[in-house]
Design a protein around this ligand. Sequence first.
Ligand SMILES: C[S@@+](CC[C@H](N)C(=O)[O-])C[C@H]1O[C@@H](n2cnc3c(N)ncnc32)[C@H](O)[C@@H]1O
Length: 258
Amino acid sequence: MTSRSEHLHRDAYIDLIKRGITNYPYLGGDRSFEDFRCVTHYDLEKGRWKIDSLARPFTLLTKSQLDLIEQAIGSLQERGVAGDFIEAGVWRGGAIILMLALLRAYGIAGRKVFAADSFSGIPKNVRAINDPVDSWSDRWAASLDEVGGNIDRFGLLDDNVRFVPGYFSETLKHLANEKFSLVRLDSDSYDSVETSLEYLYPLLSAGGITIIDDWHLPGCRMAVMDYRARHNIEDDVREYDGNAYWVKNQDYGFPALP
Ligand SMILES: C[S@@+](CC[C@H](N)C(=O)[O-])C[C@H]1O[C@@H](n2cnc3c(N)ncnc32)[C@H](O)[C@@H]1O
């Protein structure tokens, strides 16, 4: 049994991690953490940050989107859904840092966190045409060294993290013997999201959770719809702060939203 004060310490640690990876203390200004979006510091037209590179956040996710990860992991623990966690598309590693912190804070043993990325940015689509992502000048590249270093800065670089470096079309097939309970897809383009689903969704346990980060991007949404249609997936999709998620096999129920 965890005591009330242990819960308070755990929640305070996780809250601090969320503030740290978004760099809210430095970038937040007058906004509350709930309303803060680091992308307001990003020049979409020029495709570059309006802030010094040292001040860049470790994740693009909002507090709510980070809360959704915590809620999903809590629900997987509660329902005893087996499998590791994977994010395909990690950029500077902030969401991976949160997942590792959650393992530590909740005392979760026997689950690993997989970080899959080219560590050189989003490749151009091969199969999809007219995906707006192809016109982005910024490919959201962060090297493996940088991501490892970022995780280390938070004191979380240990055996719980497994890096999967390279393009999804080459790397994800080598995970065929793994089992996942959480699959978080954050790779923006039609091709990348579709490839991730092809390789990773069959490895997701029943009752496992898929989170799609880029539900607002037409290529990503189309990739998800195409995949679901092709595989007759009818589990309800829910939206939360611009992310979409669903539970594999509806009879396992939905986790409550944060
Ligand atoms: C928007 S960023 C991810 C943001 C990150 N999840 C966060 O917490 O802010 C997209 C990432 O997807 C990766 N990516 C996109 N397509 C890929 C592919 N086909 N293979 C490997 N990595 C890919 C890019 O390298 C980039 O790091």
